[in-house]
Ligand binder design. Structure first.
Ligand code: KIV
Ligand code: ZN
Length: 428
């Protein structure tokens, strides 16, 4: 059953107006350069981050979290260079830096990002009792006072401030609402719900976001944008985000290839392509009749889909984190069909076994991989693509030879096919 329509009347921000972006879109906040970099062994130097940041801007992300300036001088420099160079290009993303809720972190963050055309300070403190007791050693009242004071300080420096309640999904919801009310009263215009430990499930996420929507003034009126951030410890982060959007969240914090702490973060490409492939459903639930009716070529995000494969390859080569072949959307096998039955159907009509084409995300994959499970239809189709038109008898002989070879070799390449055909079919 479809979820009820939740239309969020978001007011256009200065960034939306300057870049002509649809204020009602789902905002893509990319944190590959910050949380993504927190994958063990994935750290990037300033030059590498700058290269990636340029590509993320071309991909069309709305907010680019460039790093954590107080963490090291190197990260400060990297964030500052991104703010200067990527934050002032035509149609720039918002350049964001992370800061703990302390005056020193917030000041350092501001110094790194202030040169950007659209800077954002993202400050956070934990709200779960587990974190309050074991990490912060503070009472709830103390945490609320820190939120008011530090968000107010961040807003005195920067017009655009995001507040995150770390470990929000394991926090007492009533306390979380109060923390968000304090942050909004102090001037935060984005409130972020991190599923820091990747613990929540989609239905719970839906309920939590509805609760915030109902209990935090400013979210319902569109003065504050509700955001989600999450990790993939139980493999549910993208599903959680989609449920959050159905409940009224309009910013999602993601990384390319889903890299990040432990099992990683929600993956940009999966989330964006789910909103694309299933856009009629999501557009209806978001109350976007213009998109649901099919009369508009607008999308639910600002992402340039054809840049996805290139961005994924870049992240993999800069961080050294290999993409699994079966990874959705960007894995080497994501658009390849192996079994004869699938290949036959696909060749007759791609929609039989495919909901998304490699082309859409800018990938150049051969849809049909030839191996021992392939049938005659796929074999003939590939030979035709290679320019070989065989008689039925020759095709039968070549197919027998192909099957023999496929039993010995996992994948048959174009060079193998040429050898089979040119190697003299009469000898078979
Ligand atoms: O996972 C998390 O809680 C974070 C916050 C700093 C947003 O990365
Ligand atoms: Zn995180």
């Amino acid at each position: 059953a479809e979820r009820p329509v939740v239309r969020v009347p978001v007011k256009p921000t200065a960034h939306d107006v300057a870049t002509g972006r649809d204020p009602e879109r789902v905002r893509i906040f990319d944190t590959t350069c910050r949380d993504g970099e927190q994958s063990p062994g994935a750290a990037m130097n300033a030059e590498e981050k700058l290269t990636l940041a340029r590509q993320l801007a071309a991909l069309g992300v709305d907010v680019l979290e460039a790093g954590f300036p107080a963490a090291s001088n190197g990260d400060f420099e990297a964030v500052r260079r991104i703010a200067e160079q990527v934050g002032n290009r035509p149609n720039p993303p918002i350049i964001c830096g992370l800061a703990r809720a302390t005056a020193a972190d917030i000041k350092r963050c501001w110094e790194a990002i202030e040169v950007a055309a659209f800077p954002r300070i993202h400050t956070f403190i934990a709200t779960s009792d587990i974190h309050l007791e074991h990490k912060l050693r503070k009472t709830r009242a103390e945490v609320l006072d820190i939120i008011s004071e530090q968000v107010r300080y961040a807003c005195s420096l920067c017009k655009d401030v995001e507040f995150s309640a770390e470990d929000a999904t394991r926090s007492d919801p009533e306390f979380l609402y109060e923390a968000f009310r304090r942050a909004a009263e102090a001037g935060a215009t984005t409130l972020n719900v991190p599923d820091t430990c990747g613990y929540i499930t989609p239905n719970e996420m839906y309920t939590l976001i509805r609760g915030i929507y109902e209990n935090v003034p400013g979210v319902r009126t569109g003065d504050v944008i509700l955001s989600v951030h999450g990790h993939d410890d139980l493999g549910m982060s993208v599903a959680n985000f989609l449920a959050a959007c159905e409940a009224g969240a309009r910013q999602v914090e993601v990384t390319v290839n889903g890299i990040g702490e432990r099992a990683g973060n929600a993956s940009l490409e999966e989330l964006v392509m789910a909103l694309y492939v299933r856009r009629n459903y999501y557009a209806r639930v978001f109350g976007r009749d213009d998109i649901a009716s099919g009369h508009s070529d607008r999308q639910l995000t600002n992402i340039q889909f054809r840049e996805i494969a290139k961005t994924s390859r870049m992240v993999s080569s800069l961080t050294g984190m290999v993409v699994a072949p079966n990874k959705a959307v960007v894995g080497a096998n994501a658009f390849r069909h192996e079994s004869g039955i699938h290949q036959h159907g696909y060749l007759r009509n791609a929609s039989t076994y495919s909901i998304l084409s490699a082309d859409t995300v800018g990938a150049t994959t051969n849809a049909i991989s030839l191996g021992k499970l392939s049938g005659r239809a796929a074999f003939r189709a590939r030979l035709t693509e290679l320019g070989f038109e065989l008689s039925d008898d020759d095709l039968n002989r070549a197919f027998l030879r192909f099957k023999e070879l496929a039993d010995r070799k996992r994948e048959i390449t174009d060079a193998d096919l040429e050898a089979i055909v040119s190697g003299g079919l009469k000898e078979i």
